[in-house]
Design a protein around this ligand. Structure first.
Ligand SMILES: [Zn+2]
Length: 406
């Protein structure tokens, strides 16, 4: 008998607050999402707390919870997860930092402010030149710089300090950076790298070309999200006794791929997967159905675009990203998965990214479980309000995955 196929459909940051210009509806309520609504109506829906108390509401913590790992036991930081995906071998005393290429500007008083956490979504090709340059200029026995994708890179500090207070740059858009620069024990070393980068980066040929094109230059490094290498049990061991699960992660984002690597899942690269609304949706769907056809029991299909639209504070783009997720991911999966005798789908965002505040919040998110032996609990559609109305709340987010397999 063929095994049951399990698929998680994750729309990053889809959850939001009611918005005036949408008639006091949230983007999930406002958007046309017939496929997600079908899953919610036909399945068991509720709310799940993916960010445990005391944790920052990030995609790292939220997705770990959803994959069945209790962040309070397994979380060491965001950067070591991304480093795992980049094939960077961390020693036990190494500290990995996320290194953003950012755009700083100055306010009226001449103080520096965070203009863009992504340096205008700088291309991977351009940023590789910059990070290689940084490695030549600043790299040494203690510090190494590794190019990643777009604006997202890694710095490793040998025998480094991980108690430094750092701030995600997407949380301080438009703010003066002074109070958000690294501080605490050991911060001086990191601060020096950031300050030194501001002396050399504006004159880099890649930035001169960007400035002449009128797009944001990568005129500073920004270091945050640091931590030591975590140790994860293999995926599934925590909630399926005695059964090793064969599965895969499909995502454009290093962080999600890194979680997959650390959990012993395969990471499928899909050509044209961008992390934005121009992503190759059909390629992701095909890859998911293919891997399930060739023996995998589990696929984690992640789409980043709704979160990015939330960070941009763009309501109509967020609605568009959600509608495209519904039309080009959820619909084709619902259709294609019928080829399997038995299947289960878990649909959810990882966290809220309200367009009104352009960053993540910790509130519980809506979820729907759909498929074999799952009974409907009469939810009207897939939204924050309708799933909350079910009265079903899972407080320990890491126990949700058990329900997909249970
Ligand atoms: Zn985000």
């Amino acid at each position: 008998m063929e095994s049951t196929k399990h698929i998680v459909l994750l729309g990053d940051g889809m959850a939001d607050e009611p918005i005036k210009e949408l008639g006091d509806k949230t983007p999930l309520q406002y958007a046309e999402t017939p496929n997600m609504d079908k899953i919610a109506k036909g399945g068991t829906s509720g709310m799940v707390k993916t960010i445990p108390d005391g944790f920052e509401p990030g995609s790292d913590v939220a997705n770990m919870s959803i994959m069945g790992y209790d962040p309070s036991k397994y979380y060491t930081g965001r950067a070591p997860i991304e480093a795992a995906n980049m094939g960077i071998e961390l020693q036990s005393s190494d500290i990995a930092f996320r290194m953003n290429l950012v755009t700083l500007g100055s306010n009226l008083g001449g103080r520096q402010k965070m203009v863009d956490y992504s340096a205008g979504y700088i291309t991977t090709e351009e940023s590789a030149k910059i990070v290689q340059f940084i490695q030549r200029e600043f790299g040494n026995y203690e510090f190494s710089f590794y190019p990643g994708k777009s604006y997202r890179h890694i710095m490793v500090w040998k025998n480094g300090k991980d108690e430094i207070v750092t701030t995600p740059p997407h949380d301080i858009l438009g703010s003066e950076i002074g109070m958000y620069l690294p501080h605490g024990d050991g911060a001086g070393r990191i601060l020096k790298i950031i300050k030194d980068s501001q002396k050399v980066l504006p004159k880099h040929p890649v930035n001169e070309a960007r400035i002449s094109k009128g797009v944001n230059p990568a005129n500073s490094l920004w270091l945050w999200g640091q931590g030591k290498k975590p140790t994860f049990p293999a995926f599934g061991e925590l909630f399926v006794k005695g059964k090793k699960l064969n599965g895969a992660v499909i995502s454009a984002v290093d962080l999600l791929q890194g979680l997959g690597v650390l959990m012993g899942l395969s990471v499928i690269e899909v050509e044209g997967a961008t992390g934005w609304i121009d992503t190759n949706y059909a390629g992701k769907v095909d890859a998911a159905l293919n891997i399930l056809s060739t023996g995998a029991d589990f696929v984690y299909l992640h789409v980043e675009a709704p979160d990015e639209a939330g960070h941009m504070g763009d309501t109509s783009l967020k609605v568009q990203a959600i509608e495209e997720f519904d039309k080009f991911i959820v619909g084709p999966i619902l259709d294609g998965i019928k080829r399997f005798e038995r299947y289960r789908i878990l649909l959810l965002p990882d966290h809220h990214t309200p367009v009104g505040i352009r960053t993540h919040t910790s509130k519980p998110v809506p979820f729907s479980l759909f498929g074999k032996q799952i009974l409907a609990n009469n939810v009207e559609g897939f939204s924050e309000a309708s799933c909350e109305k079910s009265g079903f709340l899972i407080n320990n987010g890491h126990t949700l995955m058990k329900n997909l397999f249970g």
